[in-house]
Design a protein. Structure first.
Length: 374
């Protein structure tokens, strides 16, 4: 084992030298500007109570599911909840996966066949990249949000063509021009897949996401919705046609060969959807606007984003990590995002705005960043 241990040490040392080593944190600072819990559902007593009420309506609730859904892990309640969520987002059907990563890997490894074409935005999430790598399709990347470059790649498409974007990008927080992308897909006969992980709960009249808000749910082939962000739970669902759902049950390996989520998790997901229309989403958007206004007033180098994800750019891993360390010492849970996760020279503080962040906390955070930047 000495040879492999030496390999591990050398790879870790390279990360140390590049100032890009990752470590886990068990005791985060108290003021949360880091998590994806945009609506505060992960800490919501109302959600906890409603989840318990949902469970009390069921009989013989087990601690675990006991197997995959194709064996012993399926329930009528699970299927009813899938349909409830599909209806909420305007789709015909949906299928649960144990995480957003599993959903993207399962969907994209199962769909494209040899001779098919996958076209993704260059900033697409790692789970989508991994799903594409496991498929037999030919993959092209187009420049971020560049419609002309997308059109040029669509002209190269063969077989079934799949275009994959995020409605809100997880590192930059900006929006994909999904209306225009959908029109291009229709022009070239391509199938559009949209990951709504960071839009669900934040956009749309009741948090249905940007696909629904832009009335594209009848034109989009599939949407991936995750529950571990604004909805405060865990897991994900792929939304689309009834045929797509049945296809994934038969061909998506990350669905077939994994133990199903326990019923407690399904009850919590349903509870989040039952509560979503009681949240004043405008309150969150007002806090986002305040952060942006104060950042620009103080001449901070901020990414263009109207989502809950905001980025303050630094020119190196060292400077981004230094800024994060000072903020953490002041009680702000802010993390640095380092290359190679983001492009070299685009290292940043990734700041998430939540409905529970007070105006005073937002103001204090901006003032501290201004002080750090001199």
């Amino acid at each position: 084992m000495e040879k492999i241990e030496q390999f591990l040490k050398e790879k870790l040392q390279k990360r140390l030298d590049d100032r890009s080593i990752r470590n886990l944190m068990t005791d985060p600072p108290p003021i949360d500007f880091c998590s994806n819990d945009y609506l505060g559902f992960a800490r919501s007593k109302s959600l906890e109570k409603l989840t318990q009420e949902n469970l009390q309506q069921l009989h013989h609730v087990r601690n675990g599911s006991g197997g995959s859904r194709l064996l012993s892990g399926n329930t009528a309640y699970t299927e009813q909840t899938e349909q409830f969520i599909a209806n909420f987002h305007g789709f015909d059907a949906g299928l649960f996966f144990n995480s957003g990563y599993d959903a993207n890997v399962g969907l994209l490894s199962a769909l494209p066949q040899r001779g098919d074409t996958i076209i993704t935005d260059e900033f697409i999430h790692a789970s989508i990249i991994d799903g594409c790598r496991l498929s037999h399709g030919t993959r092209y990347k187009f420049s971020h949000n560049n419609l002309d470059d997308l059109a040029s790649k669509l002209k190269l498409g063969r077989g079934n063509i799949f275009v994959i974007v995020e409605s809100v990008y997880s590192m930059d927080g900006d929006f994909a021009p999904i209306v225009e992308i959908s029109a291009l897909c229709q022009q070239y006969g391509a199938n559009l897949i949209v990951d709504e992980a960071h839009a669900t709960g934040i956009f749309g009249a009741q948090g249905q996401g940007l696909v629904y808000q832009n009335k594209l749910h009848k034109n989009v082939f599939a949407t991936v919705v995750t529950f571990g962000k604004a909805l405060g739970g865990h897991g994900a669902i792929v939304l689309g046609s009834k045929n797509l759902r049945h296809y994934l049950i038969n061909f998506a390996r990350s669905f077939i060969f994994t133990t199903a989520a326990p019923i407690h998790q399904i009850a919590g997901i349903k509870a989040a959807y039952q509560l979503i229309n009681k949240v004043n989403i405008n309150e969150l958007h007002q806090k986002i606007a305040l952060f942006r206004e104060l950042s620009k007033k103080n001449n901070l180098t901020i990414l263009e984003s109207n989502s809950a994800i905001q980025g303050i750019i630094y020119p190196s891993n060292t400077e981004a990590k230094h800024a994060a360390k000072i903020l953490q010492s002041k009680g702000f849970d802010v993390r640095a995002i380092l290359s190679p996760t983001v492009p070299l020279g685009k290292e940043r503080l990734r700041i998430c705005i939540h409905i529970y962040n007070t105006n005073e906390e937002i103001t204090a955070l901006v003032n501290e960043i201004k002080e750090i930047n001199g």
